[in-house]
Design a protein around this ligand. Structure first.
Ligand SMILES: [Zn+2]
Length: 290
């Protein structure tokens, strides 16, 4: 597949050189942020993007040099913009703040409040660790977790350590108080809202909003759908609850024509070269899944 990827990369770079770079807002989705590739490889949970602090520096500098502005979700639209979002509430998001401060880059934290409240591991990390310990290869473990997303279990185990734990309430409060940070609702226990009854979906959104209000004194008006799962019923529900913007995981460049509650997000992989991925992001061509 390597030759195919290289061929695609060359094609994308050519498109970029020809000026194929639409205006609009590119929202980026991350989960964890590691201080090195070694640390990312040592993390016991589901390997998300495996993105490192050095790569975040490189991303910001590259896109800035290309004329992009890093903005908060509520900023006025115009030109080429980027919004950085971190989902779930992992403790490692703390590594993003000094970088964001250094470059004056806003940061969205989409928090699943139950793990923060209990200190328990995220269920997908718990399952990943269990399956890998019991001889499943990465592919088989990923497949099983993908299947379980429809009916997620209730986590009860403690995290393995620093690399898979959620933020503590005090850490979240400190982050939330920062002028560059916007909080987003990511539900209380992370069920796919498309599979919830209306009552359950409302209870999930309310429980998350109530915890964030109690801990941080703010109710979010931004929502990140768990797994990016959304349909018209979920959109109506979110709108009725006062959410003005919401992010999916559809890789698309948002414009003022994009429905505000169905905005797309791109995912980058820390395990692949960054330059061709940023070229894809700039052209709007979809990125390979990490
Ligand atoms: Zn999530």
């Amino acid at each position: 597949m390597n030759w195919l990827r290289n061929l695609e990369d060359r094609w994308v770079l050519r498109a970029l050189r020809r000026g194929q770079e639409p205006e609009g807002r590119r929202v980026l989705l991350f989960h964890q942020l590691f201080t090195s590739h070694e640390e990312a490889a040592a993390a016991p949970g589901l390997p998300f993007e495996g993105f490192t602090t050095a790569q975040l520096h490189e991303l910001i500098l590259t896109l800035r040099a290309a004329g992009y502005r890093f903005v908060a979700p509520e900023a006025p639209w115009g030109g080429r913009q980027v919004v950085l979002t971190f989902d779930d509430g992992y403790a490692s998001v703390r590594h993003a703040l000094p970088i964001c401060e250094a470059y004056e880059v806003p940061l969205v934290l989409a928090i699943t409040t139950a793990p923060v409240a209990t200190g328990h591991a995220y269920w997908w990390d718990e399952r990943w660790h269990h399956l890998r310990q019991h001889g499943h290869d990465a592919r088989s473990a990923s497949r099983q977790i993908e299947r379980m997303k429809a009916f997620p279990p209730t986590p009860s185990a403690a995290p393995q350590g620093e690399l898979d734990r959620p933020l503590t309430v005090a850490e979240l409060q400190a982050l939330a108080a920062h002028r560059l940070v916007t909080l987003a609702n990511h539900t209380h226990t992370h069920p796919p809202l498309t599979r919830c009854t209306d009552d359950r979906a409302v209870a999930e959104l309310n429980a998350c909003a109530d915890h964030l209000m109690r801990w941080c004194g703010r109710t979010p008006t931004l929502l990140c759908y768990p797994n990016g799962d959304v349909n018209e019923a979920v959109v109506s529900l979110a709108r009725a609850r006062g959410y003005t913007q919401a992010y999916t995981t559809q890789p698309l460049i948002n414009t003022l024509a994009t429905p505000p509650l169905r905005q797309g997000r791109f995912t980058l992989s820390g395990r692949l070269p960054l330059e061709p991925q940023l070229a894809r992001l700039r052209t709007g061509l979809s990125l390979p899944r990490p």
